[in-house]
Design a protein around this ligand. Structure first.
Ligand SMILES: Nc1ncnc2c1ncn2[C@@H]1O[C@H](COP(=O)(O)OP(=O)(O)OP(=O)(O)O)[C@@H](O)[C@H]1O
Length: 370
């Protein structure tokens, strides 16, 4: 397994516009890097350039420090796992996994040993002689992962590997891929538009928009410390609420004030970063729905008056969509509640979980002072 590094990589399909202007990215050896972003953000182009399916227009791709930009997929020893499994339907599980070894004219005994190793790894021994066309989607994808691993690749590329599976199989295979990746220390790149897949499987997530890398970090950091408003809005479901506000000082304390309707103390850890915004330019405050709760008017905690527009029951919690003088605010509260549309609510925004962004650049103010 290798470390993969992209340096100043650019891709233009027509020689005029850039699908990817300038990408710098590192996937350390033994880690899974997820490329995540909306349709057209450049995930597939990046995957294809790393795999050697598409040439780079600029820059270079290094495997273990060696420039492989001009090598093809076979020379890079990259294995692919596709969303549609791409198995040979007339062959058995064993023969599908053995296929990449057979075309290398490997000795029969050696093929058998390698395939057995992979059948063990994926717990597929019971299905060894089954025809792949009779298997469930999840089992077919496990066979295609086995076929990718059997020839001991330098890098495994997972291209939307779970998109054809139903919800149960998705969860099972997610766990399986994570287990394999960790125990076999695979270097792998996962392309997905599904944030849950990226969060549950990857060591690091590269969030892209319009060909530009927005943030690359661990799933926890991408969620807890989004680098900018794009990442804040893209990661998390329902998305983070964003509200415009100003920062004021009163005696020695800083407060964030939302159009004179709500005033919250700024946590001590953010004071230095927010000092530049004092009495100054507007700021955008983000708060995740799970950090908006139901409060009471006249209680100790400051609250925002709201009217319930919609309630979405989600089992043990309710998603409340409320109209407030600051705009629409979404709250995720323990449920089920018996709240009805039109009801008056008092919302509490947890001051310990506010995110602050520069309204002009959209960057997280913590990143500006880092
Ligand atoms: N073969 C191609 N020829 C011309 N333009 C292309 C080609 N492949 C991709 N593009 C363009 O490059 C940009 C990035 O596309 P890409 O497929 O890499 O994004 P993506 O994030 O993988 O999207 P999706 O999730 O829809 O597959 C888009 O503007 C797309 O139209």
């Amino acid at each position: 397994m290798v470390e993969v590094r992209l340096e100043g990589v650019g891709k233009s399909y027509d020689g005029v516009t850039d699908a990817i202007p300038d990408l710098n990215l590192l996937c350390p050896r033994g880690e899974m890097l997820a490329l995540l972003g909306p349709s057209g953000c450049g995930k597939s182009s990046t995957l294809k350039m790393i795999a050697g399916i598409e040439p780079v227009s600029r820059g270079a791709i290094y495997f273990e420090g060696i420039d492989v930009s001009r090598r093809d997929t076979a020379e890079r020893n990259v294995a692919m796992v596709f969303e549609d499994y791409a198995l040979y339907p007339h062959l058995s599980v064993y023969e599908n996994i053995a296929f990449p070894l057979r075309i290398r004219s490997m000795l029969r005994s050696e093929v058998s040993a390698q395939v057995d190793r992979v059948l063990d790894l994926l717990d597929l021994h019971g299905l060894r002689d089954a025809s792949v066309r009779k298997l469930s989607g999840g089992a077919q994808q496990r066979v295609s992962i086995g076929r990718a691993l059997v020839r001991e690749p330098s890098l495994v590329m997972f291209d939307e590997p779970l998109s054809h599976l139903d919800a149960d199989q998705k969860v099972q295979l997610r766990t399986e891929i994570k287990r394999l990746q960790t125990t076999s220390r695979l270097t792998s790149v996962l392309v997905t538009h599904d944030q849950n897949e990226a969060i549950s499987m990857a060591d690091r997530i590269a969030v892209m928009d319009k060909g530009v890398l927005q943030q690359v970090d661990t799933p926890a950091k991408v969620y807890d410390e989004p680098a900018n408003l794009f990442v804040a809005g893209f990661i998390g479901e329902p998305p983070m609420n964003v509200l415009s506000a100003r920062v004021l000082r009163e005696q020695d304390d800083l407060f964030v004030v939302f159009h004179g309707r709500l005033r919250l103390p700024v946590p001590a850890s953010l004071r230095a970063a927010l000092a530049a915004y004092l009495e100054g330019p507007p700021i955008v405050v983000g708060v995740r729905p799970e950090h908006v709760s139901l409060g009471q008017q006249g209680g100790e905690a400051p609250v925002l008056g709201a009217r319930l527009a919609r309630r979405e029951p989600c089992g043990d919690r309710d998603v409340l969509v409320a109209d407030t003088p600051l705009g629409k605010v979404v709250a995720e509260v323990p449920g089920p509640t018996d709240l009805m549309p039109g009801e008056q609510l008092w919302l509490r925004l947890d001051p310990a979980h506010l995110h602050f962004f520069n309204a002009q650049t959209s960057a997280n103010v913590l990143a500006e002072t880092a």
